[in-house]
Design a protein around this ligand. Structure first.
Ligand code: ADP
Ligand code: AMP
Length: 215
């Protein structure tokens, strides 16, 4: 049965950073709902226009459109043997929908590494995050700097800071995570799928712990 791994954790926990490492190591497609929304925003699609207001405020995009977008992505051939999900599901309704859509394609959620990091660390991480607008690679000015200041190691693009990484929006995103997403910790624990990982360790150590948990 095809295996789908869900990376769970608050904004700034390191889901995107770890997904880049793990997807390469395990040769799995990396599905980031945030990246899919940002792609739509860049291409000025109807979905992008709808999502923009929610993203700017640090709120969740409504379940129906988010679920439809991820379902479409998971139906592509590169996800047939499994995928690594980053940023989805974020509500109990999304988690239920994910279970149903995977059952429909002969798959299941096989493990849920939960990267936990205290709120004060999240604020520092998101405040120093720089992202490549071309390939989505993520850096931190202090903890994971690019080789050449301000340029992506992969493709040389000029790095940008995300609009929603401003302090006021970050606080709201953490509030929204606590209210709407954190119930998924118990949801997946009860299914026996949760693997807790200490996200305050080095990037390499967190990767090792996640790989140990999912193998
Ligand atoms: P998420 O996808 O969960 O929002 P990111 O992977 O984008 O989080 O990481 C947020 C910021 O923290 C980035 O700037 C990233 O470089 C940095 N970061 C990620 N993991 C660690 C770590 N283990 N230690 C220090 N900084 C980290
Ligand atoms: P991220 O890149 O995961 O931090 O997501 C950035 C923003 O995209 C979030 O603050 C939400 O507005 C939106 N978003 C991403 N994933 C989801 C999701 N699963 N459900 C609802 N909104 C989402």
């Amino acid at each position: 049965m095809a295996k789908y791994i869900v990376l769970l954790g608050p904004p700034g926990a390191g889901k995107g950073t770890q997904a880049q490492v793990i997807s390469k190591d395990m040769n799995l497609a990396h599905i980031s709902s945030g990246d899919l929304f940002r792609e739509n925003l860049k291409n000025q699609t109807e979905l992008g226009k709808l999502a923009k207001g929610y993203m700017d405020r640090g709120e969740l995009v409504p379940d129906d459109v988010t679920i439809a977008m991820v379902k479409d992505r998971l139906s592509r051939p590169d996800c047939q043997d499994g995928a690594l999900l980053d940023g989805f599901p974020r509500t109990p309704a999304q988690a239920e929908a994910l279970g149903a859509m995977l059952a429909g394609i002969g798959g299941e959620v096989s493990s849920v590494p939960y990267i936990h990091v205290p709120a004060e660390v999240l604020i520092e991480r998101l405040g120093g995050r720089w992202t490549c607008p071309t390939c989505g690679h993520v850096y931190h000015e202090k903890y994971n700097p690019p080789q050449a200041a301000g340029k992506c190691d992969k493709d040389g693009s000029t790095l940008i800071q995300r609009e929603d990484d401003k302090a006021a929006t970050v606080e709201n995103r953490i509030r929204v995570y606590t209210a709407q997403t954190s119930p998924l910790i118990e949801y997946y624990r009860q299914k026996g799928l949760l693997a807790e990982v200490d996200g305050t360790q080095s990037i390499e150590q967190v990767s090792q712990d996640i790989l140990k948990a999912i193998r």
